[in-house]
Design a protein around this ligand. Structure first.
Ligand code: ATP
Ligand code: MG
Length: 200
């Protein structure tokens, strides 16, 4: 049990904190779509992006997903969310982490990017996930400048989530919200196999 004195102090502190938070909430006046980047080496970037898609869907919003790296595995999120009306564009080559054929990969990336450009000019879409887009910049498959311009010109109410490791500095600068997922440890390092429902 807290002593009465401690209880008072605790209440005072909470009161002050509440005032500060309320002030900040009042100060936030602008309302528009956000650009978010989820980057870093830890696990949780793509699943975070899909978490927001699910959240938006639950509010009856319209969502779309573009995936720039197609895993060799089945895709749990796509299996579920397509049934709920989410548009998916997935890079169609067997392209994974190890790039083999630059020309083929560039073509495949460009094809998905063209579809993204349509989504990014459609104001009926509330939230778009551009999963693993960061690598397309790193590998030079899509021009950074073109991505920046397309994002800047998108409908003002539209939110966009970009995921992937090593996001380009320009993307970090233009984003409203950036989170870096840090790897503390990963089961893979201890020899654990990737697991359905957890890793894909
Ligand atoms: P998730 O899709 O689970 O949210 P992620 O998007 O953060 O993961 P990616 O870098 O896109 O991670 O890698 C995708 C796959 O690699 C997932 O199966 C994930 O579990 C695995 N992975 C993520 N981080 C690591 C890591 N630090 N070491 C080993 N494997 C990882
Ligand atoms: Mg990912």
């Amino acid at each position: 049990m807290m002593s009465e004195q401690k209880q008072d102090k605790h209440q005072q502190r909470q009161q002050k904190l509440k005032q500060q938070v309320d002030q900040r909430i009042d100060a936030a006046q602008e309302e528009r779509g956000l650009l978010l980047v989820i980057t870093g080496n830890g696990k949780g970037k793509t699943t975070s992006g899909f978490g927001m898609i699910t959240r938006a869907l639950g509010h009856g919003q319209t969502c779309a997903v573009a995936q720039f790296i197609k895993g060799t595995w089945d895709n749990g999120e796509k299996n579920l969310l397509e049934k709920l009306g989410v548009t998916f564009h997935v890079m169609a080559t067997g392209f994974t982490w190890e790039t083999q054929d630059k020309q083929k990969d560039t073509l495949a990336a460009q094809k998905v990017w063209q579809q993204c450009k349509t989504l990014l000019s459609d104001d009926s879409i509330d939230v778009i996930l551009l999963d693993e887009l960061t690598y397309m910049v790193t590998y030079g498959y899509i021009e950074l400048e073109e991505i920046v311009q397309t994002l800047e010109n998108r409908p003002s109410e539209q939110s966009v989530i970009i995921t992937g490791r090593a996001a380009h500095r320009t993307l970090l600068e233009m984003a409203d919200t950036v989170s870096e997922v840090r790897n503390v440890k990963h089961g893979f390092e201890a020899g654990l196999k990737a697991r359905k429902g957890i890793d894909w």
